[in-house]
Write a protein that binds this ligand. Sequence first.
Ligand SMILES: [Zn+2]
Length: 306
Amino acid sequence: MMGLPFIHHPGYTIELPAAHPFPMRKFTALREQLCPLAAGAAIDWLQPEPVDRDALRRVHTRDYIEAFFGGRVDRIAQRRSGFQWSEELVSRVRLETAGTLLTVEAALAEGLALNTAGGTHHAHADTASGYCLINDIAVAAAHALARGWVRRVLVVDLDVHQGDGTAALFQDVPEVFTFSMHAGTNFPARKQHGDLDVALPKGMADDTYLDALAARLPELLEQFRPDVVIYDAGVDVHERDRLGHLALTDAGIRQRDEYVIRACRSAGVPVAAVIGGGYDRDIEALAARHALLHQAAINHWNQAGG
Ligand SMILES: [Zn+2]
């Protein structure tokens, strides 16, 4: 019997200038924190190969992909992306995107799978934005549809920011339902129309947040009947996050992740989860927050008997 698939690549982390605001080391820190956690469970560690251009072409324009691969990204576009262009950056983005693709593939085989990165939901067809260069969620959804692995994909995006890129990319694609629940006052300033957008008031805490989620998710699963859920488990909803406007605690995030996994799995729907955003300067605390997702998955896996 297979174990619970965890997807990771050391290349998720690259060197950035010390003052860079993006917490790049969190992926490595998460991997390290998962070692003792995973000791009590059967985990299958899977490592992705860099994604090829063809898979990206399903959601991004040819010009955009070629400019990104070839280093022809102008200064304004680089600033908008949040990263200075480099070969290493291209490599990390290709690995992270491939990781989410592999997560979806493994989830379809095993019912549940988790990336240790992913959730670059602000990337549009021809634009990078907010630390997102390629939209891994959209690439994975489009790939699974194109390969005939699934007929319907539900994106459950609980990052504190709206999944605007994903919403725009699938605006006219009925096979993909985009559900985003986010802080209404937060980035991006210009929201896109997803299939279901829930804008939460600033400062919302655990109980009301979990109620808002429970008021939507079961109905979506029942009405849309997805063949897979791609879950963005952003922890920037946390009360101590630098970029979030909500006030969830660790316990609230744990309950949220357990709830999503349980709701989907009890409806018979595979779950492919990505970690999403999280912007605490304390990398170890941040990695521990992301690990709540993997802990929730391990608990579910052990209870369900694999
Ligand atoms: Zn975010």
